[in-house]
Design a binder for this molecule. Structure first.
Ligand SMILES: [Ca+2]
Ligand SMILES: [Ca+2]
Length: 235
């Protein structure tokens, strides 16, 4: 689909405004134990982990398109856990910083969906009340935007957010916020770095415990037909 340049421009402006407003909120302190990996987007301190899949969404290096793909291609997806957190790592090409230095634009990496009871009859329907596609059966949606904040005409560094919300059966929307984490938080639960994107999700936020099993899906931005899915057991 070719998007009208003015529409594209408008979306960017609106996203910019949204970020400007949202990034103003103060970071909330995390009272949980610190994550065992440093959340910094560097993969070297990962030792024991599982590979969820080797290509997230679409392989954009194979896309023939004009203008060329200017988004972030999500690649290998890894996970691990300890007593407190589920750790996720998505390798990226280019890195968020590289793309940001090039374009100075906001973007969204995509969405994660968690079906915490592995039952497609509970949780989201195929579409929400606004008609947007979701992943049926999911109880939790995690939105992954990247961009910048601006205050008094000064732009921040390139930021990454995870915005975790629960499906509401009456509104039929993911509109119950569980947690919003920002890479600019002190002791962040989300970060981007030279290898990609790293996140620590609290097991208590996900409502899963040791031995528990759930399904994780990832919807890479713009790759509408390439949803990855895997089941994860908390060890
Ligand atoms: Ca990809
Ligand atoms: Ca479900």
């Amino acid at each position: 689909m070719k998007r009208d340049p003015w529409l594209q421009f408008l979306i960017i402006v609106l996203l910019g405004l949204t970020f400007a407003g949202r990034f103003g909120a103060l970071a909330t302190g995390v009272t949980n134990p610190p994550p065992k990996c440093k959340i910094d987007g560097v993969f070297e301190d990962w030792s024991a982990y599982q590979v969820a899949w080797s290509e997230t969404g679409f392989d954009w290096s194979k896309a023939k398109m004009t203008p060329a793909f200017d988004g972030i291609d999500l690649k290998e997806f890894y996970y691990d856990n300890d007593e407190t957190y589920l750790y996720l790592f998505i390798k990226c090409k280019p890195t968020l910083q590289e793309r940001y230095d090039e374009t100075h634009r906001t973007a969204m990496l995509g969405y994660l969906y968690i079906d915490s009871d592995m039952n497609t009859n509970t949780g989201a329907a195929d579409r929400d009340a606004d008609g947007a596609w979701t992943v049926s059966g999911a109880e939790i949606q995690i939105y992954l935007p990247t961009g910048f904040s601006s205050a008094e005409g000064k732009k921040s560094d390139c930021l990454l957010i995870y915005d975790m919300k629960r499906w509401d059966v009456s509104s039929k929307l993911f509109d119950q916020r569980i947690r919003k984490a920002e890479s600019s938080d002190s002791d962040p639960l989300v970060a981007h770095g030279k290898d990609g994107v790293e996140m620590a999700l609290l097991l208590s936020d996900l409502g899963v415990q040791k031995g528990g099993k759930f399904s994780l899906a990832c919807w890479e931005s713009r790759a509408l037909r390439n949803i990855n899915k895997t089941s994860i057991q908390i060890k």
